[in-house]
Ligand binder design. Sequence first.
Ligand SMILES: Nc1nc2c(ncn2[C@@H]2O[C@H](COP(=O)(O)OP(=O)(O)OP(=O)(O)O)[C@@H](O)[C@H]2O)c(=O)[nH]1
Ligand SMILES: [Mg+2]
Length: 458
Amino acid sequence: MHTEDTIAAISTPPGRGGIGIVRLSGGNAIKIAERIFISPKSKKLRQTASHRILYGHIANPKNREIIDEALVSVMKAPNTYTREDMVEINCHGGPAPLRRVLEIVLEKGARLAGPGEFTQRAFLNGRIDLAQAEAVLDVINALTEQGRRTAVEQLRGGLSARTEAVREKLADLAAVVETHIDFPEEDIGPAPLKDMNKRALRIQQALKKLTDSARYGMILREGLKTAIIGRPNVGKSSLLNALLEHDRAIVTEIPGTTRDVIEEYLNINGIPARIMDTAGIREVRDIAEREGVKRSIRAMEDADLVLLVLDGSEALHKTDLELAERSASKNTIFVINKTDLPRKINPKSGNVDLSPIVHISAKSGTGLEELKNKITESITAGNTGSGDALVTNVRHARALEKALASVGSFISALPKKTSPEFLSVELRDALDAVGEIAGTTTPDDILNRIFSNFCIGK
Ligand SMILES: Nc1nc2c(ncn2[C@@H]2O[C@H](COP(=O)(O)OP(=O)(O)OP(=O)(O)O)[C@@H](O)[C@H]2O)c(=O)[nH]1
Ligand SMILES: [Mg+2]
């Protein structure tokens, strides 16, 4: 596949660096590189053993002008990233040499690669499945150590192995059901029904475990959206600054200081978090502040986690309770601030469940470690962050939910003497849904969309 169509791209990021790489893949990769490569000992790329690096120069074959000094590696199919012949030209990492090397590679017959096209070829040529191809991008974009670990596990095929195991069980069950289609006049007896039910329940459990890991997995990949919410002056911006350990947001004793949402990135015990400091919520006439309050509410609604800040040196306020009710459907931690001052708050006085509670002083820093631990606890429940491969991708989570729904319909249809044809359709749907993860049943437009998110050269 694609053998004569050779693609090329600059694989290192734009800007200046010690080394830059122009990469080629395809049936003519070695031939094209040969025409622009000059070795001091007249070594030929064609005759080099695979996976060797040769020293020399890249030159314009038209006038023998030297473009740059280079190390050229030759990797012959099929043991390469794309399973095609590949050449990597390592030259100096500046825009001018890299662009010029790419230009003459294209002049000699290569085509500029599209985004992710190298990885797409690795997928189309069967070296990796779709989940592994997506993991390549996740490794590149990983925000923390844990995110990287999870992405590498997926790249190594950890998630694919788990979904493949479910797919096999589904296929076995479908085969059992389909043997009954051949005998339409006979009802499925109680013993086979019981067996089918048992198998389906086991599959359901495995799918459930995978979808359960998705919430945590997606947070590792995309970051935990955390909104700091509360009345004016309770110390929201002070909390943001204390967590960041620098004065990012303006803090004053005047209520209504913060007007816009301030977003910052923070690593909390290995979990990437996007923390949003917001305008204090109250009834206001000022147009700018009113817009600020609207944005605070929106940030709260969008958040994965709400830190609802209360002022411990004041009695519980009506607005505090209203906010607690508003965030009731959200993962919320109640943060009682200003514990360095005499305590006036009684969290039980409002007859609203304010839990879990963490006591802090943004001013002195006490309680911040406990708050960080509560934050990680609130999202890692049931996930140790090691061992089993996690679902980290919305596309995978959706596919698993679809499969779960079909298996659910199968289980509830079983005792109703439903026709084996109907049962079989449910299982086929579940099989297709699970197959979308590894890419066996993924339509072309979705494949194109996935690879278009990659950078050129990967
Ligand atoms: N004693 C004490 N004062 C604090 C603490 N945290 C914040 N403050 C003070 O409370 C006042 C308000 O703090 P901010 O962080 O600006 O409060 P905010 O919630 O962001 O206020 P708005 O942006 O107006 O909604 C400032 O004078 C802070 O110095 C604390 O832990 N202890
Ligand atoms: Mg503020």
